[in-house]
Design a protein around this ligand. Structure first.
Ligand SMILES: [Zn+2]
Length: 192
């Protein structure tokens, strides 16, 4: 397996909130996210969150090669929680979250999991490409973001609409659901 990794911070003056890593037969990619302009309640920050979760996740999917990817993700989220629940407010609205893409090769098949708006591209043998994306963020954005933008900034109505939007985003389970079972796009492809 060949691996090439490249990430860039969204802004050169800010920390890189992306994390990508690979091991033989396994790869993870996370795009950390806070909601723009919001406090996160976490003293560590979004870059710490995505890199710590990503590293723990890569460890989990390689150390436990037959454990389902969703369970490896739940374990890793639980570990990240335990690292900062004593110091940070994890119930805070808009606490750090992350997209997650995981892929693992084993027993002649590729398993994958996609959570949030990062995409997995699968190259077919015949030269085609299959894109795997979780579209739920788009749906929430379409449904609620327009109202936030239409209301005057600083008004109580704007604050309430923004809070509802943040709750909807974080409620998708992008990284903060330690024990819940977020709906994930999961798949399995034969590689033989
Ligand atoms: Zn923290």
């Amino acid at each position: 397996m060949r691996a090439a990794l490249a990430t860039l911070p969204a802004d050169p003056d800010r920390e890189n909130e992306d994390f990508a890593a690979a091991a033989p037969g396994a790869a993870v990619l996370l795009d950390g996210a806070g909601v723009g302009g919001a406090e996160t309640g976490c003293a560590h920050g979004v870059a710490w969150f995505s890199s710590t979760l990503g590293a723990l996740l890569l460890r989990s999917i390689t150390a436990h090669s037959v454990r389902p990817l969703a369970e490896c993700l739940a374990d890793s989220i639980g570990l990240v929680r335990s690292l900062h629940e004593g110091t940070c407010d994890l119930a805070y609205r808009a606490s750090p979250t992350s997209t997650v893409v995981v892929a693992r090769v084993g027993a002649g098949a590729l398993e994958y999991l996609v959570l949030g708006d990062s995409s997995l591209l699968l190259a077919d043998r015949d030269g085609g490409t299959t894109v795997v994306t979780d579209r739920r963020l788009d749906e929430v954005g379409k449904r609620l973001r327009g109202r936030v933008d239409a209301l005057p900034t600083g008004s109580p109505e704007h604050a309430a609409a923004l809070a509802e939007y943040r709750d909807a985003l974080t409620g998708l389970g992008t990284g903060r659901t330690a024990s819940g079972s977020p709906v994930l796009i999961r798949g399995r492809l034969n590689t033989r």
